[in-house]
Design a binder for this molecule. Structure first.
Ligand code: PGA
Length: 241
């Protein structure tokens, strides 16, 4: 199982100290077969990379510019730059960016450029509360997948993170049955070796027991709870116990 920590726009150099517990945990037997991936803000990627030098924790970024080339894009960072400073993963299509105008088409270009730069993609999809109420979840997910992955051949190296927008940061999660059906729906869209599938949205040490055994689920994308090392470790431990 993969456990991705999405720190969003939180964290500073002092937060590096909080990682000691996680590093220790990552070297213990308790981690079982869990794989940890930290996605801090851009400003901390390099420091996290150095901090994790002697352990198996991986690093990712939370977004990227769509262009693989260097260029006049003030304030942005491309995938080559991310790879250069130690990132191996990148989150693309997070709803917090979609809601600011990131389209499925731009997401598709970003994914292609991440693949070119040899970054593993964590591609986020999910419906809003209104879409859910209108029973549009499946058609929304289908569209996001169809356009987002247009003309991308090799998908087995990729992760799809199903993150219902109404669940992010709200404490609400889908029922086990609902989640099972959606994960199966996503999985069935791929023939052969499909992407790995993660769930994200208010995952915490309390609700993990309800979602850890979902068929075909390969892990979790954790926001708020991942900034607290004890909670993040607890999520991993409880997944295996
Ligand atoms: P949350 O965020 O765990 O705080 O709900 C998840 C995410 O946005 O990736």
């Amino acid at each position: 199982m993969y456990f991705v920590a999405n720190w969003k726009m939180f964290g500073n150099l002092k937060s590096l100290n909080s990682l000691d517990k996680v590093i220790k945990f990552s070297k213990s037997k308790e981690i079982k077969k869990g794989r940890l991936i930290y996605c801090p803000p851009y400003t901390l990627i390099s420091s996290f990379f150095k901090k994790f030098k002697n352990c198996l924790i991986d690093i990712g970024a939370q977004n990227c510019h769509e262009s693989i080339d260097y260029g006049p894009h003030t304030g942005f960072v491309n995938c080559k730059m991310l790879k250069d400073i130690g990132a191996n993963y990148v989150i693309i299509g997070h709803s917090e960016n979609r809601s600011k105008g990131e389209t499925d088409k731009i997401i598709n270009i970003k994914i292609k450029s991440a693949i070119k730069a040899k970054l593993k993609v964590i591609f986020c999809i999910g419906e809003t509360l209104t879409e859910k109420r209108k029973k549009k979840t499946r058609s929304v997910l289908s569209k996001q997948i169809k356009i987002g992955l247009n003309k991308i051949k090799k998908k087995s190296n990729m992760f799809i993170a199903y993150e219902p927008v109404w669940s992010i940061g709200t404490g609400k999660i889908p029922s086990t049955k609902e989640l099972e059906q959606i994960i199966e729906f996503i999985k069935n869209k791929f023939k052969g070796r499909s992407p790995k599938i993660l769930y994200g949205g208010s995952v915490n040490p309390k609700n993990i027991k309800n979602i850890k055994n979902i068929n075909n689920l390969n892990g979790f994308l954790v926001g708020g709870a991942s900034q607290n090392p004890k909670k993040f470790i607890d999520i991993v431990k409880k997944t295996y116990n």
